[in-house]
Design a binder for this molecule. Structure first.
Ligand SMILES: [Zn+2]
Length: 138
């Protein structure tokens, strides 16, 4: 009945939980204000990337620090109970993120990862986006 493997399903669950988050929406509206057109959660690309700027061959991933395990970040804490469960889940997420990144880069996409904890200063976020989008022209 259920064709998804447990690993795949839990990955999908974590993706669903990390969709349309506040940080993601902030990045989207900032890009919009800068005049960029993009698609979101694009099917048919590895990992269904959060933000895809096809004409620019650019992808922006907005990562929740907890699910995607931002290294050294206080938001990426490990729950104290069911330690094994969480560690397995986190390992899965990290491996999956690395795989997605490798595939996207191989396909010729430029990828910018923005962590949720980095979205505190709108000006800084804007500078970062502008910088990333300008790199293609070099
Ligand atoms: Zn973080």
């Amino acid at each position: 009945m259920d064709k998804l493997s447990p690993a795949r399903r839990s990955w999908n669950m974590s993706r669903i939980q990390s969709r349309n988050t506040k940080p993601e929406i902030l990045v989207r509206s900032m890009l919009h204000r800068l005049g960029y057109r993009f698609r979101i959660h694009m099917q048919g690309l590895p990992g269904q990337p959060d933000i895809v700027l096809r004409r620019h061959l650019a992808i922006i991933l907005v990562h929740g620090c907890f699910w995607h395990r931002h290294k050294g970040c206080k938001l990426a804490y490990t729950p104290k109970s069911r330690l094994e469960f969480w560690e397995r889940k986190f390992d899965e997420n990290i491996r999956r993120d690395e795989e997605v990144m490798r595939e996207l880069v191989k396909m010729g996409w430029r990828v910018l990862t923005i962590w949720e904890c980095q979205i505190t200063d709108p000006k800084e976020l804007q500078d970062r986006l502008i910088h990333f989008m300008k790199e293609e022209q070099e």
